[in-house]
Design a protein around this ligand. Structure first.
Ligand code: CU
Length: 143
């Protein structure tokens, strides 16, 4: 049986979101203002959306790093070799704390969970979240 194409078949027309331009334009304008402010040597009036880098020097044998709002807190940490470092995820999203040189990796830390690592070897260990490359930190281990 051969059917003619149904005339009532609905046609999906892609709708361009009219608000896209309206959203992009102010962003571009803000960027231009920011670039101008920087070029003129002035201090940009915009506050950075990335959280401030925090640092801590730890003397105890166990310390904690909060993962909150897509940032490590503290993000810069100095510990003695053998210190237990517990990462706790306070976000609603899974994160990791993974050394760039792969010397340590917490694995996936689900929301509300914690993982503890111990670094025995002195050195500087930049790390990040495998899921969010902008989430970075550094652990400095002293002997
Ligand atoms: Cu993450």
């Amino acid at each position: 049986m051969i059917r003619e194409s149904a005339p009532e078949r609905s046609v999906v027309v892609p709708i361009k979101p009219p608000q896209l331009k309206a959203v992009l334009l102010p962003t571009a304008a803000a960027l231009i203002v920011l670039v101008l402010a920087l070029a003129l040597g002035g201090t940009p009036v915009f506050s950075s959306t990335t959280s401030a880098q925090t640092s801590a020097v730890v003397t105890s044998s166990h310390t904690k790093v909060k993962i909150y709002m897509f940032a490590f807190e503290p993000s810069k940490l100095t510990v003695k070799a053998g210190t237990r470092i517990t990462f706790t995820n306070y976000d609603m999203t899974a994160h990791t704390a993974t050394a760039l040189n792969e010397s340590f990796d917490t694995g996936t830390i689900q929301p509300g969970q914690s993982r503890t690592i111990v670094i025995m070897k002195a050195g500087v260990y930049p790390f990040h979240c495998l899921f969010h490359a902008f989430m970075t930190g550094t652990i400095k281990v002293v002997g």
